[in-house]
Ligand binder design. Structure first.
Ligand SMILES: [Zn+2]
Length: 149
């Protein structure tokens, strides 16, 4: 089995069983390098464009797109491409993975146990939107991300 680790999984020292392969996208390598972490035995693989686009498409539908970083998208796209398990504590990554049928393991937290969808709600007029706007299209108020059941 292959594992894709996010930066905090590497920094926290997650270690899968010895014979397992660890792969990371270039963005994760940059993040851990910047924090001074050295490591061996990890394979750097760039996810293909089509997998990135697929993840972006699903993340827009689940409402996670605005909170996912480009590196988070790479992590998800790489797991999709390589049929790997993601090691992450990031709820947005876990949620998109869940929707995509990608397996994930949480480092510490119990993780989400059901799929979550998000909407944006205007703090001024209270309208809900399924996609993100910089300001409310009706009243210009600030939008806040809310979880819907
Ligand atoms: Zn409004």
């Amino acid at each position: 089995m292959k594992y894709v680790l996010d930066s905090s999984a590497i920094i926290e020292g997650f270690s899968p069983p010895l014979d397992q392969e660890i792969i990371i996208p270039p963005g994760v390598l940059e993040e851990v390098k910047n924090k001074g972490y050295e490591f061996e035995g990890m394979k750097i693989i760039s996810p293909e464009r089509r997998h990135i686009e697929k993840i972006e498409e699903i993340a827009r539908k689940t409402g996670d797109f605005e909170v996912l970083s480009p590196v988070d998208i790479e992590i998800l796209a790489l797991a999709l491409q390589e049929n790997a398990i993601i090691i992450t504590d990031d709820y947005a990554i876990q949620n998109v993975a869940e929707h995509m049928g990608i397996k994930w393991i949480s480092l510490h937290q119990r993780g989400i146990n059901k799929k979550v969808r998000w909407k944006w709600r205007c703090e001024s007029c209270g309208r809900y939107y399924s996609k993100y706007y910089d300001t409310c299209p009706v009243c210009g108020g600030k939008l806040r991300r809310v979880r819907i059941k």
